[in-house]
Design a protein around this ligand. Structure first.
Ligand code: ADP
Ligand code: MG
Length: 346
């Protein structure tokens, strides 16, 4: 009886030809934007999945070159022209990113400001390795603050960009990865792939399901190690986290991380990590960074302005503040005790 069953099963599988079993997940890793990108595809033909991932890789390598904040490329060319006070004809993709940056800067009341490239460089965050030198002096920071760089000082005519301020150096590090993840999602969908996760170092978008079952997503612990909570998702959605564990250096026992507060010129204080869930990955990425800067005082107001309703903010006090809709979906690690459910209104 058992043998017959196995035989029948074998026949059923054989009849499927080259199709993988429905619950098989095809996984491949790419490296771009300084991050390992893990793509998982469920229930698709293996060759189709492999070709689609190859196309995503080609796209990411191009974006990595064009939008890099300190290596030679299209964005660097534009930043040099801005510093020299000259108008510059740039790539259409950069024009689009500038328009998005301006929108995010306005909606975050200036807390998210992709024109802080000079400040990031001053802190040593525009280099591949963590800086091995003291933080900038108060005088250097004051000098930067006095220039008041903003993306709103950039003017676009066709593909030509001109800046009123030579110090408005662009760095899209706060949302370009999100935008790219979204482009990768579009590319996979256009190739007929329906069930997948594009995971860029813990920041991810997903589509569909895993053979009819929800994808299970882990929200990173604010220590940077392990998960703080899990949630199950199907359909479409993106989960982005900004944390002070991501990139930092230590000088004389003091830790300095890479999310800077444009009001003070120093690393933002008050939050350990912020997770945002939204349909639009560029918005989720920008909002996670913006709400990190907004901290425990202003995150509810800025979340409303930016149009995100699923937010989890862990403060320095180790209290997890979570919006009601997200609270219903998150399953916290039993070790994490302090959770406050707070609506995203001021
Ligand atoms: P990660 O890319 O490491 O996941 P984030 O999405 O939080 O982290 O982005 C952090 C990056 O955003 C920094 O490395 C820097 O390039 C940029 N950045 C830092 N502070 C700001 C800010 N106040 N506004 C806009 N971009 C910022
Ligand atoms: Mg971000």
């Amino acid at each position: 009886m058992r043998a017959t069953l196995l035989l029948l099963l074998g026949l059923a599988l054989a009849a499927c030809g080259p199709q993988p079993p429905a619950d098989e997940v095809y996984r491949q890793q790419l490296f771009a934007f300084g991050t390992l990108i893990d793509i998982s595809i469920a229930g698709a033909d293996r060759a189709q999945a492999r070709d689609a991932v190859r196309a995503v890789d080609a796209l990411y390598q191009q974006q990595h070159r064009d939008w890099h904040a300190w290596q030679r490329g299209a964005l660097d060319d534009l930043n040099r022209a801005i510093a020299a006070g000259k108008p510059w004809r740039t790539d259409p993709s950069i024009v689009m990113l500038i328009r998005m940056a301006q929108d995010f800067e306005r909606r975050s009341d200036g807390l998210f400001n992709p024109a802080i490239g000079e400040l990031l460089a001053l802190w040593g965050f525009q280099q591949d390795l963590p800086p091995d030198r003291p933080p900038p002096s108060a005088k250097q920071i004051e000098a930067w603050l006095a220039h008041k760089p903003s993306t709103l000082q950039l003017h676009i005519e066709g593909e030509t960009v001109r800046s009123d301020n030579p110090h408005a150096r662009l760095d899209f590090g706060g949302f370009a990865k999100g935008y790219s993840v979204g482009r990768g999602v579009d590319l996979l969908a256009a190739r007929g792939i329906r069930n997948f996760i594009v995971n860029a170092g813990g920041d991810l978008c997903l589509r569909g399901s895993r053979s009819g079952k929800p994808w299970r997503i882990g929200v990173r612990h604010p220590s940077g190690v392990g998960t703080l909570a899990t949630l199950e998702m199907t359909g479409a959605g993106c989960v982005f986290t900004s944390g002070n564990y991501e990139r930092y250096f230590t000088w004389k026992g003091q830790r300095y991380h890479h999310i800077l507060d444009p009001r003070s010129g120093y690393p933002a204080r008050g939050a350990r990590s912020v997770t945002v869930i939204a349909d639009d990955p560029a918005l989720a990425d920008a909002a996670a960074t913006a709400l990190f800067v907004a901290g425990t005082e202003r995150w509810r107001e800025i979340a409303v302005n930016m149009g995100v309703s699923d937010v989890l903010l862990i403060g320095d006090d180790n209290i997890a503040r979570v919006t009601p809709a997200l609270a219903q979906r998150l399953v916290f690690d039993p070790d994490w005790k302090a959770v406050e459910v707070v609506p995203p209104h001021p």
